[in-house]
Design a protein. Sequence first.
Length: 150
Amino acid sequence: MLNIGDKAPDFLGVDEEGNELYLSHYAGKKLVIYFYPKDSTPGCTAEACSLRDGLDGLADAGYAVIGVSADSAASHQRFKSKQTLNFPLIADTERRLIEAFGVWGQKKMAGREYMGILRTTFVVGEDGRIERVITKVDTKNAARQILDTK
C-alpha cells in the first residue's frame, strides 16, 4: 500500500465518460482518491452519497474527489446517475491503479475469504504526495472524516 510521503502516480485512469484523468489535472488542489469495492452496494452507496453531500465543504477546503473501483464504465454511469454523484469515477477494470495503490487484498465476509478491493481513502497533497491514508472508512460520514482528520 502507498504510504504517507509516497508519490502518487500521475496517470490515474479513465472515468465513466471515457476521460483520461491525471494527477497533474488537479495541480493546486488536494485530491481525495477513494477506493471502494462495488457500485450500488449499501456501504459503497453510503460512502459515495456522503462524499456527494459533503463535496461543497471539501471543495471549500481545497479538495477534489475521485472514486475508483474495478466496475465498468457502464456500471459507473448507472451508479453516478442514480445517486446524482458530482465527481468522476474511474473504471479500473484491469486493476492498474488499485494495485499501484496497494488496495487489492484478502477480505473476509460470512466466513468466506476472497480477494477484493480494500476500502481505503488517500488524500494526495498539492505536491502529488500522499498526505493521509484512511483505512477505517466511516462510509456514512466519509466527507466529515476527511475534513476532521486534517
